[in-house]
Design a protein around this ligand. Structure first.
Ligand SMILES: C[S@@+](CC[C@H](N)C(=O)[O-])C[C@H]1O[C@@H](n2cnc3c(N)ncnc32)[C@H](O)[C@@H]1O
Length: 238
């Protein structure tokens, strides 16, 4: 069975609507990632079926908890090989996306993907979240911040909430059994001008546990945050 058909089947199971053209683009992205993975470290998961579930469907599952199919400005903090930002852009083309990471080599790959797939209203920014979050070009400029597999929720909130406009949202892609992490981050989120609005668990393929934490930005982030590079991970806010 061809790859596009498999992808459409899996998306359908998770109630994610993808067009044939979008499936073709996702497969193209997969092929580019696998080719580049031979010369640089982009992903530990290379099997097509696994990439579909653990990277593509996981990235797109946000549609089941948040109305993402509209012209929102979005920043993907620590995008790595492009997750969740690239699948989101392909399937929800009205999003305006900034893909940011501290590793330039990965962003160079993403520039190639953007150009090859002719994606519009999407760009890459190189830097650390702690530095870019203090830069007025990015600070409090986004309707939505997304981030997957970058840091614990407290550290991540210090990376992410400064980018979000008041009234906007930060959605963290997480695994399950998050109670301790959520408890530990409650205060940090408040200090950063946020409020944990919801926590939703779901499963990929009926076996792999995942969750989303939805944090709304209720007030401006104090200019004290983010602290200097390295501090949020070494001394998470409590
Ligand atoms: C484990 S990878 C996850 C990549 C992608 N989000 C995913 O889910 O596959 C973490 C990424 O976050 C980036 N990163 C970690 N700390 C960062 C920071 N302080 N600022 C910007 N990027 C950061 C790393 O360079 C890396 O590409």
């Amino acid at each position: 069975m061809d790859k596009e058909v498999r992808l459409l089947e899996e998306a359908n199971k998770q109630s994610i609507a993808i067009s044939k053209e979008q499936a073709v683009q996702l497969v193209q992205y997969y092929e580019m990632m696998i080719e580049k993975n031979k010369v640089m470290n982009l992903t530990a998961i290379t099997d097509f079926e696994e990439v579909v579930t653990k990277h593509f469907i996981d990235s797109l599952s946000i549609v089941n908890i948040y109305d993402i199919d509209r012209p929102l400005s979005v920043i993907d903090v620590g995008t790595g090989a492009g997750f969740p930002g690239i699948p989101l852009k392909i399937v929800f083309p009205r999003l305006k996306i900034t893909l940011m990471d501290s590793l330039n080599k990965r962003l160079n790959f993403l520039d190639e993907v953007i150009s090859e797939l002719n994606l519009k209203d999407i760009g890459t920014v190189h830097g650390r979240a702690e530095d870019l979050g203090r830069n007025n070009l990015y600070r409090e400029k986004y309707d939505l911040c997304v981030s997957r597999a970058v840091a614990n929720l407290s550290t991540l909130s210090e990376y992410c909430l400064p980018f979000v406009k008041v009234g906007g949202v930060f959605v963290s892609y997480k695994g399950v059994n998050l109670k301790e992490e959520l408890d530990a981050a409650q205060n940090a989120v408040k200090r950063l001008g946020g409020n944990i609005k919801g926590y939703k668990e779901f499963s990929l393929n009926e076996t792999i546990g995942r969750s989303f934490v939805v944090i709304e930005k209720t007030g401006n982030t104090s200019t004290k945050y983010p602290r200097t590079a390295g501090k949020p991970s070494k001394e998470p806010l409590s």
